[in-house]
Design a protein. Structure first.
Length: 533
C-alpha cells in the first residue's frame, strides 16, 4: 500500500475525510494528518509519504509553500492541492511547483476516491518504470561484472587495468587480502539426466544464496560455468579467514536444507595479497574443486583435504581396478580442463608402477573405452565415430607407455562429443523457448523463470544461454517482441492504447506507453499519427 498524509486546517473536513473513507480499499495507508504546513513538515520528513493531500490556504504555512518544500525534498511524493480559489494564477503556481492534482472545494467523498484512483495509477506506473530500469541496469551490470571476473581469474590483465575496470563497475574491492571460493551446484544426477535441468529445489537454493550474497558487500558472487559459481572474498588480513569461514558455513547451511535433491561441493583457496594474484588463487581452487568426483561426500574441499587424499593414494600399492562410477560422473559433468587432474584421481598415486604391466594397461584402456561407449549410448549419442576412431586400434596393441596418452585422448574426445551434442540440444531448447515466447508473449505472467521451467532447464543457465545465443537479455527480447506487435496493432487496427497494452501483455497502459516511448522513440499516439522521429 502507498502511504498518504493529509494537511487540512478545518477540523471537521480533516476528520471527515480521515474517518469516512476506506483508504485501504483503494490501496492507501492513512499515516497521519496535521492542521497546517508548519506542523505537517517535520511529520512528512519522518514518514515520507507517497501521497500528500493539502489545503492551499492555512495559517503559519500555506499549501503552496509546503508543496514546494516537499517536492524539493521528496520528489517522488505525489501532491494534490485542495483549494477554494477558482483562480488560474493559483493553479499555475501549483503546476510550476510540481503539484499533480488541483481540486476545487467543496470536496466530496467521491471526488477524493476518484483522486485516489488516479494517484494510485500514477504510482503503480512509476514503480513499474523504476523496476524496469533497475532490471535493465542489473542485467547490464551483471554482464560486465561477469566479464571482469573472467579476466581476473584467467590472468594477464595489468594491475592498472584491473583497478580501472573495478572503478567503472563500482566494485569496492580495494583490500589487503583476497581469496576465492568455488561452488559447484547441480541436481542429483540420475541416469543420463542433465545437471542443469529445472527443479524447484535448485531454483530455491539459487534464490537463497543470491539473497545472502546481496546482503554481504564483502562477497562478490560470479557465475563461472553451467554448474559452478565463484565467490571473491576481500578483507583485511585479520578479517579474511573469518569471512571465508562465514561464507562457507552459510553456503553449507543453505545447501544442507535441500537434502539430497542437490549435489554440491565447495572449494576454498589460500589468501593472496593483491588482485593481480587472483589468477593463481583461481588455479589452486579449480584444482581443488576437481576432486569432487572422488570425494562426493566431502562437500567442503581444501588444499589440506587434497594432501590427505594424495598421501592415502600413495600409500595404497594394491591398485587393481578403476572406479567406473567415478568415470561415469566425470563424463557427465567434467570439462576438458579437468582431464589431467582427473586422470591422477582415476589411476591413483602409483599409476606409473601399475602401468608397467601390459595386462593392467590393456584392462584400463578397455575399461575406459567401454564406459565411454556405454555413456554415449545412454545419452542417445551416435557412438560410431568413437568406435571407428584410433582408440579401437590402440586397444589391440595396448602399450604401457602409451596408456596415459590414450586414456587422455579418449576422455577429451568423449567430452568434446558430449559438448557438441549438448550445444545442439541447447539450440533446440532455445528454439522451443523462442516458440513459447512467440505464443505466450501477450500473457502478463510470462517470465524468465516460467520459460525456463517450460523447457526444463535451470533459470540461471537459461538466462546465460539466451543472452549468448540471442544477443540480448530475456527482458529486452520480450519487450521488443511486445512493442513490435503493438506497432502492428497501432497501424492496422483502431484499438485504443489501453486495449493494445492489454493485448501485448501489459495490465498498466501508462507503463505500456512509457516502454513504447523508451523503445520506439515516441508515444503510441504519435506513432499511429506517423510521427516516428
Amino acid at each position: 500500500m502507498y502511504k498518504l498524509f493529509l494537511v487540512e486546517d478545518e477540523v471537521v473536513v480533516r476528520e471527515g475525510l480521515r474517518n469516512k473513507i476506506d483508504w485501504g480499499q483503494y490501496g492507501f495507508s492513512y499515516i497521519g494528518d496535521a492542521a497546517d504546513g508548519e506542523m505537517a513538515l517535520p511529520l512528512i520528513r519522518e514518514t515520507r509519504p507517497d501521497v500528500l493531500i493539502t489545503d492551499i490556504r492555512m495559517p503559519f504555512m500555506d499549501g503552496l509553500t509546503l508543496s514546494m518544500l516537499v517536492h524539493k525534498e521528496l520528489p517522488d511524493t505525489k501532491i494534490a492541492i485542495i483549494s477554494g480559489f477558482d483562480d488560474f494564477s493559483y493553479a499555475q503556481r501549483a503546476i510550476d511547483i510540481g503539484v499533480d492534482q488541483y481540486l476545487l472545494k467543496p470536496i466530496t467523498k467521491n471526488v477524493i476516491i476518484e483522486l485516489l484512483v488516479k494517484l494510485k495509477e500514477k504510482k503503480d506506473s512509476e514503480v513499474k518504470q523504476k523496476n524496469y530500469y533497475q532490471q535493465f541496469l542489473c542485467e547490464t551490470r551483471e554482464y560486465y561484472r561477469q566479464r571482469f571476473f573472467e579476466q581476473l581469474a584467467v590472468g594477464g590483465m595489468p594491475a592498472e587495468k584491473i583497478y580501472e575496470m573495478a572503478k567503472q563497475l563500482n566494485l569496492n574491492i580495494y583490500a589487503q587480502s583476497y581469496n576465492l571460493i568455488l561452488l559447484y551446484l547441480s541436481n542429483s544426477i540420475q541416469g543420463g539426466e542433465a545437471p542443469d535441468r529445472y527443479t524447484d529445489a535448485l531454483v530455491t537454493l539459487h534464490e537463497k544464496l543470491a539473497q545472502f550474497f546481496m546482503a554481504c558487500p564483502e562477497y562478490f558472487l560470479f557465475t563461472w560455468s553451467v554448474t559452478s559459481y565463484a565467490v571473491l572474498v576481500e578483507g583485511n588480513q585479520d578479517q579474511i579467514d573469518f569471512r571465508m569461514a562465514n561464507c562457507v558455513e552459510n553456503i553449507c547451511r543453505y545447501c544442507d536444507e535441500c537434502g539430497g535433491e542437490v549435489d554440491w561441493n565447495v572449494a576454498a583457496g589460500h589468501p593472496v595479497m593483491r588482485l593481480s594474484a587472483i589468477s593463481g588463487c583461481f588455479t589452486e581452487v579449480n584444482k581443488i574443486i576437481s576432486y569432487r568426483y572422488i570425494c562426493p561426500h566431502d562437500h567442503v574441499l581444501t588444499a589440506e583435504s587434497l594432501e590427505k587424499w594424495e598421501k592415502s593414494k600413495s600409500a595404497n600399492t594394491g591398485f587393481t581396478t578403476i572406479d567406473t562410477e567415478l568415470l561415469k560422473k566425470f563424463l557427465m559433468v567434467g570439462t576438458t580442463d579437468e582431464v589431467d587432474m582427473f586422470m591422477v584421481q582415476l589411476l591413483g598415486g602409483n599409476s606409473n608402477e601399475v602401468l608397467k604391466s601390459t595386462m593392467f594397461s590393456q584392462y584400463i584402456q578397455m575399461a575406459v573405452y567401454l564406459k565411454i561407449l556405454e555413456y554415449l549410448v545412454t545419452l542417445g549419442i551416435d557412438s560410431n565415430d568413437f568406435m571407428k576412431s584410433e582408440f579401437y586400434n590402440s586397444l589391440k596393441e595396448a602399450n604401457p607407455r602409451m596408456t596415459k596418452i590414450n586414456v587422455r585422448k579418449m576422455l577429451i574426445t568423449a567430452l568434446e562429443i558430449r559438448e557438441r551434442e549438448s550445444r545442439k540440444h541447447y539450440r533446440d531448447l532455445l528454439v522451443q523457448a523462442l516458440d513459447y515466447i512467440d505464443k505466450h508473449y501477450c500473457e502478463s505472467s510470462i517470465s524468465l523463470n516460467v520459460v525456463a521451467k517450460e523447457i526444463n532447464i535451470s533459470t540461471c543457465y537459461f538466462s546465460a544461454l539466451f543472452s549468448k545465443e540471442v544477443g540480448k537479455t530475456f527482458v529486452e527480447y520480450l519487450t521488443q517482441k511486445r512493442m513490435d506487435e503493438a506497432c502492428c496493432l497501432l497501424q492496422r487496427t483502431d484499438m485504443r492504447s489501453h486495449e493494445i497494452a492489454d493485448a501485448v501483455g501489459y495490465n498498466d497502459p501508462h507503463y505500456f506507453s512509457f516502454l513504447f516511448k523508451k523503445t520506439k522513440g515516441c508515444t503510441p499516439l504519435a506513432y499511429r499519427g506517423g510521427e516516428k522521429s
